[in-house]
Design a protein around this ligand. Structure first.
Ligand SMILES: Nc1ncnc2c1ncn2[C@@H]1O[C@H](COP(=O)(O)OP(=O)(O)O)[C@@H](O)[C@H]1O
Ligand SMILES: [Mg+2]
Length: 276
């Protein structure tokens, strides 16, 4: 029997930590290195990943995730709505792109998402994606916004979750709050296995290592009563700073070995999670 596509969510209640940048990194990895079909779901009304992956603005007539969710809510034809909304997008335009058979698809977002989400059943995104019936020649990546409903619905749909953070005091609280959401989804039988905490824009200094050690202690306290399900034993995956990421350019693997290492670690976590 063919398996369904794995759903990987990149989320945090903190803005600006690299959710969108990491989604684009994973999109390129799975498309190019693994030759997968990758569906990127923009689950942020601000449409960050939509503007990274699609070179034209999403105009107001184009169907987006918001309209597809509305069709799902009204139990209409989701497949039809999806077919109208999805965009095959242009990795072949990036530098040094190597065609290994992979393809990249975008389910874009528009500002309307903000106004439809409050009335949505939190499990609707998961139902919608399951109904599309994509098989495991696909990987589905969900890039969430930082607000509560985006994080909750994105995590609820996930087989695997990545939680990016910066080593900054401001990140501790929203990071813990996001971990609590992941934890609560795991408990109610959602998969939502933690693929890793992505320590973004990290350098090589001792204080950064000390900071990670503090997070490890914090996580131990957090897991005092029951254990968080994680994909691998190494919960922290480091991602360095890159001008190419800042510019929103897809990375050139041949030149940026460091980023390939990070992407490989994330992909290994995704592969380690079995679909139930
Ligand atoms: N590793 C990185 N190196 C350089 N710039 C980065 C890196 N990660 C993120 N950025 C930049 O930081 C900003 C915020 O990142 P973004 O991915 O949009 O965060 P989020 O989606 O969590 O709000 C963007 O301009 C992005 O290009
Ligand atoms: Mg973003």
């Amino acid at each position: 029997m063919t398996k369904r596509a794995k759903i990987v969510t990149i989320t945090s209640r903190k803005g600006g930590v690299g959710k969108t940048a990491i989604t684009s990194l994973l999109a390129r990895y799975f498309t190019e290195v693994e030759g997968k079909k990758v569906l990127v779901v923009d689950f942020d009304a601000r449409g960050g990943i939509s503007s990274l992956l699609h070179d034209k603005p999403i105009n107001s007539e184009h169907m987006s995730i918001a309209e597809v969710l509305l069709v799902a809510k009204q139990q209409g034809n989701v497949q039809d709505a999806y077919d109208q909304a999805v965009i095959e997008t242009g990795l072949e335009k990036s530098n040094n792109w190597e065609d290994t058979g992979g393809r990249l698809y975008l389910l874009p977002a528009k500002p309307a998402l903000d106004s439809v989400l409050p009335d949505m059943d939190p499990s609707l995104l998961k139902t919608l994606l399951y109904d599309l019936d994509l098989t495991d020649e696909y990987v589905i990546l969900i890039d969430t916004g930082a607000d509560d409903k985006c994080v909750v619905m994105g995590t609820g749909a996930a087989d695997v979750v990545f939680l990016p953070l910066h080593l900054s005091r401001q990140d501790v609280h929203p990071t813990i709050e996001t971990l609590k959401t992941i934890f609560s989804k795991q408990k109610v039988g959602g998969n939502a296995v933690l693929g890793g905490m992505i320590v973004n824009q990290i350098g090589e200094t001792q204080w950064e290592q000390d900071y990670i050690d503090k997070y490890i202690q914090l996580l131990d306290r957090f897991q005092h009563k029951s254990k968080l399900m994680s994909a691998t034993d190494s919960l922290f995956i480091k991602l360095g700073q890159s001008r190419l990421i800042r510019k929103g350019v897809f990375l050139d693997w041949s030149l940026r070995e460091n980023f390939l290492v990070s992407a490989r670690a994330m992909a290994a976590a995704v592969h380690a999670v079995e679909i139930v």
